[in-house]
Design a protein around this ligand. Structure first.
Ligand code: UDX
Ligand code: ADP
Length: 479
C-alpha cells in the first residue's frame, strides 16, 4: 500500500500544525484534519486560525483546499484514509483512580472506537498524542474487538516532539522522528509506510524506528528530562539569590561543558505548557503502578521544584511590596506559558495571578496573543477561585503594555515576549505609582537600565542593587 489519503483525528496544537506541514511537503497526499468541534474546524477554515504559531498561516493558506482539508465529517475522512493519526487531547484525569496524575485516555479510546465503527478497509493507525506506555495495546484491543471482518489494523506510535512557538521549525527540521511498531512483518511494513511520508523532507538517518513501547516511553522520558533540566537550574537560582552568584553566568559556565550543553538552562518562574507537568505526572503514576516508588518519588521532585519556584517568585513579589498587595494595582505582562504562543495551559502566570488575587491585589493583564476570554476563563476556573464575580471585578485586560501599566504599583513579567524587551520603560516609570517595582520572571530586561531609571527591580537567580536615589538616601551600598 502507498499512502494517498491521511486523516487526522483532532485539530489541536499537535494535529493542526503537523498535518499542515505534511500536506505542504507531500503535495500528492490528501490530508484531512477532522475534529468533533464545529467551532474549531470553522476557525481552521477561516482567516484567523485557532492557534498562533509563527509560519503556520502561510502554510495553511498555501495548501488549504488543495491537499489540506479541515472538516467535521469524521466518517468520510476515516472511510477514505489509508493512514489515521490520533491527535486528540490526553489531559490529566480529574476524577477516580489516578486522579490528578494518570492520563485520561477517554478521548483516545473514543477515537479508536470511532475508527472501529466506521472503517471498512485496512488502516494504519498512528498514535500521535502523548500516551502512557502500552496505550497502543489498548487501542489495538478496541480495534480488534470491534473490527469488520476482513479489516486489519496496524498500530504505530509516532510521538510528536514539536514545541509550541517553534512548531513549524521543529516539524520542518526535527532532531529526529521516532516511529514505534510491532516487530512482525506487517508491523515493519507499516513502519516503512510512515517512514516514506517523512522521507519527503527528512533524511532517513534522522528517522528512528523502535518497538512500540520504547517509542511511547521515549516521549514521556524526553519531556521528563527536559523539565528536569529546568527544575535543576531553577533550584540553583534560589542558591544564587542567597549567595550573590548569578544564575545566567552559572548556566553559561555549565552549558559550555559539551556533556551538559547550553539548551534548556534558562531559569524562570517555572515551566508551563500542556506537556511537561502532565507527562511527568503520568510517568510518576506509571512508576507507582509498577511498584517502583523510588522512581516515582524521583520524578515527582521535578514537579515539586516547579511548584516551589512559582511560589517562591510570587512570595518575593508580595514581600517586596511591604508584605501587602491588598488594594494595590499589579500589572502582569504576559499570560501565555511561553512566548510566540497564545496557549495558557499550565502557564505559571495563572499561579502568580491566583496568589496575588488571593492576597487582595487588583490585576491589569496584557498578553499580545492570549484572548481576554481565555484569561478570564483560566482565572475563574473552579480550581483557581471560589468567586468568579470577585475575580471579574479585580482583573482588567488591556490591549497594550502602556495602558496596562498606567497607575500600577508593580509590573510582573510572566512571559518572555520580545516586545517587552523594547518597551519605553522611562515612559512606563513616569505613569506608575512610586516606588515603582518590576519583577522580571523571565530575566529578559536590562536591569541596570531599569535601576537607573528609578525602578526597584527583582529577578530570578540574581541579587540586584536598589535604585540610586534610595542608595544615596540610606547611604549604603546594597542588595
Ligand atoms: C515541550 C517539549 O519541548 C516538546 O518537545 C514536546 O513535544 C512538548 O513539550 P512546549 O511545552 O511546547 O514543548 O514548550 P517548551 O519550549 O519545552 O517550554 C516548556 C516550558 O518550559 C515553558 O513554560 C518555558 O518557558 C519553560 N522553559 C523552557 C524554561 O523555563 N526554561 C528553559 O530553559 C526552557
Ligand atoms: P493537543 O495540544 O494535544 O493537540 P488540543 O486540545 O489542542 O490537544 O487538541 C485536541 C483536539 O482533539 C480537540 O480539538 C478535540 O476537540 C479533538 N478531539 C477529541 N476527541 C476527538 C475525536 N474522537 N474525534 C475528533 N476530534 C477529537
Amino acid at each position: 500500500m502507498v499512502v494517498k489519503n491521511i486523516c487526522c483525528l483532532g485539530a489541536g496544537y499537535v494535529g493542526g500544525p503537523t498535518c499542515s506541514v505534511i500536506a505542504s511537503k507531500c503535495p500528492e497526499i490528501k490530508v484531512t484534519v477532522v475534529d468533533k468541534s464545529v467551532t474549531r474546524i470553522a476557525q481552521w477554515n477561516s482567516e484567523k486560525l485557532p492557534i498562533y504559531e509563527p509560519g503556520l498561516d502561510e502554510i495553511v493558506k498555501a495548501r488549504r483546499g488543495k491537499n489540506l482539508f479541515f472538516s467535521n465529517n469524521i466518517e468520510k475522512a476515516i472511510l477514505e484514509a489509508d493512514l489515521i493519526f490520533i491527535s486528540v487531547n490526553t489531559p490529566t484525569k480529574t476524577f477516580g483512580n489516578g486522579k490528578g496524575r494518570a492520563a485520561d485516555l477517554k478521548y483516545v479510546e473514543g477515537a479508536a472506537r470511532m475508527i472501529a465503527d466506521i472503517a471498512k478497509s485496512n488502516k494504519i493507525v498512528v498514535e500521535k498524542s502523548t500516551v502512557p506506555v502500552r496505550a497502543a495495546e489498548s487501542i489495538m484491543n478496541i480495534l480488534k474487538a470491534n473490527n469488520e471482518p476482513g479489516v486489519s489494523y496496524q498500530i504505530l506510535s509516532n510521538p510528536e516532539f514539536l514545541a509550541e512557538g517553534t512548531a513549524i521549525q521543529d516539524l520542518m527540521h526535527p532532531d529526529r522522528v521516532l516511529i514505534g511498531g510491532e516487530e512482525t512483518p506487517e508491523g515493519q511494513l507499516a513502519i516503512e509506510e510512515l517512514c516514506s511520508i517523512y522521507e519527503h523532507w527528512i533524511p532517513r538517518k534522522s528517522i528512528l524506528t523502535t518497538n512500540t513501547w520504547s517509542s511511547e516511553l521515549s516521549k514521556l522520558a524526553a519531556n521528563a528530562m527536559l523539565a528536569q533540566r529546568i527544575s535543576s537550574i531553577n533550584s540553583l537560582s534560589a542558591v544564587c539569590e542567597a549567595t550573590g552568584a548569578d544564575v545566567s553566568e552559572v548556566a553559561v559556565a555549565i552549558g559550555l561543558d559539551s556533556r551538559i550543553g547550553p539548551k534548556f538552562l534558562q531559569a524562570s518562574i517555572g515551566f508551563g505548557g500542556s506537556c511537561f507537568q502532565k507527562d511527568i505526572l503520568n510517568l510518576v503514576y506509571i512508576c507507582e503502578s509498577l511498584s517502583l516508588p523510588e522512581v516515582a518519588a524521583y520524578w515527582q521532585q521535578v514537579i515539586d521544584m516547579n511548584e516551589y519556584q512559582k511560589t517562591r517568585f510570587t512570595a518575593k513579589v508580595v514581600q517586596s511590596l511591604f508584605n501587602t498587595v491588598s488594594g494595590k494595582n499589579i500589572t502582569l505582562l504576559g499570560f501565555a506559558f511561553k512566548k510566540n504562543t497564545g496557549d495558557t495551559r499550565e502557564s505559571p502566570a495563572i499561579h502568580v495571578a491566583k496568589t496575588l488575587l488571593d492576597e487582595g491585589a487588583s490585576l491589569n493583564i496584557y498578553d499580545p496573543k492570549v484572548e481576554e476570554s481565555q484569561i478570564l476563563y483560566d482565572l475563574t476556573h473552579p480550581s483557581i477561585c471560589e468567586s468568579p464575580e470577585e475575580v471579574k471585578k479585580l482583573v482588567k485586560i488591556y490591549p497594550d503594555a502602556y495602558s496596562a501599566t498606567n497607575g500600577a504599583h508593580a509590573v510582573v513579567i510572566c512571559t518572555e515576549w520580545d516586545e517587552f524587551v523594547t518597551l519605553d520603560y522611562r515612559e512606563i516609570y513616569r505613569s506608575m505609582m512610586k516606588p515603582a517595582y518590576i519583577f522580571d520572571g523571565r530575566k529578559i530586561l536590562d536591569h541596570e537600565e531599569l535601576i537607573n531609571i528609578g525602578f526597584h527591580v527583582q529577578t530570578i537567580g540574581k541579587r540586584l542593587p536598589r535604585p540610586l536615589s534610595t542608595r544615596m538616601w540610606s547611604g549604603t551600598a546594597v542588595v
